[in-house]
Design a protein around this ligand. Sequence first.
Ligand SMILES: [Mn+2]
Length: 473
Amino acid sequence: MKGIVVCSKNAGKSTARYYLADEEGEFALREFDSPLILKPGEYIESEDTGGTVHTADISDGSGALTALSEKAGRAVDAVRRTEPYSGGVARIDEVTARMWVRLIGAGTLLLRKLAYAAPVIVRFHNDADGASGAYGLYASLRDLSAGAGWADCRRNITWIMNSSVSYGAYEASSDIMIANNYECLERPLLVIIDFGTSTESNPGIGLVKDKFDIIWLDHHPMVEGFRGRDLENYVNPWEFGGDSNYTAGLLACTFAKTFSRIDTAGIENASLIGDYSDFSRPGEAGSDISVILDLLTSDMRIAFGSATDNLTPYEIDKVLNDAAKRKELADFARMRLDDVMDAALGALKQYRADGATIYVLDYEGMRDDQSKFPLPGRFSSKLLDRIIGNGTGPAVVVVHSGKYISMRVPKSLEQRVDLTAVVGSVKESHEEFIEAGGGHRTASGIKIADAGDKSKVLKEIVSLLKTQLSTLG
Ligand SMILES: [Mn+2]
């Protein structure tokens, strides 16, 4: 065994693991455990992994690291797709083509990290869209790992489901702790899927931006002052002539097309359905994935019964590959949703506004005590759908539960109501007790620091909505 140590994990501990790039041949990594403390950039030579290791530091001067880097670059080039991916839907493909150079840049960065076994942390929003994105990326990397040289490329990826849409100081410090277990020739990589673009993420970005490279895949409208958009690998369809209909799940799958050729149409459709995109194809392949992800991201115990609260693509894959489980969960989710919907329709408060009705639902206690499914945000979209479907005219929906308030506006009122403005205005007037807020023009949410202040906020929201309905458009 001869080569350069490119990365270590838990060096000096009993679980120490090293990754070595072979000196000979194509770019490939070997893993081995050793009680010795080896530094990335060291050249080592050994008869076998148990034998004496002779080391020599070549981290400067010899040119070996540059040669290694070029070799890794060739391995990355060999799997990269250069022509923009086209899925066959013109309005999506146009945006994809405009984003392609940016996506290639981000894809190249990810592959380089994987080639060097660097730690990669993927954080995704805990809804059907965010989880589809993580799962699409996972499936694409599994496909990549079937190819020569990339066999264990997912080895140092940590998948984390994020229960909010902001990247705060807590998330940042926890990611730094994960990365601190590694020492690598490449910097750690953080991949963000389907977070908001709100300023609540600024402190977290500030903490990690010098330690991590960051790929940020999102589709929320941009908020002024959000620092994420200055990142080199920030990709958002809004900056390329698209909008929120180009979901984060679709974006993550398209991003993965820069190096993978597997078909992710079903996973993409799950994200499109989950986020009520214009491009969604309800009833087609992926519909059940959407329902199942909606359930799993709300309540993992239903499927897994264990104490874990972090859903990773490995669990998602397990469920989706088990036909009986898949059907059982999809049926269960649909049935639970129907029950909660019936209860909700009987408990709505209504406020008349200009040409529309504002519906307010106290969602507290609507659900089974044992289950968090469906979460208020998802439920508000479905509630709006149902109210509109009942044919009682244009409607705006406000659902609140505990500290959360979730608002939804139908496409038909898009020109007359702007929820991002509602959230902005509430944040401004109640800065002292609004913990977070953001979203899309037609779908937004607010988190209050103390539920005791909720009635004030709700009153203001209804009044702002009324004003918008009577003045906008
Ligand atoms: Mn989304």
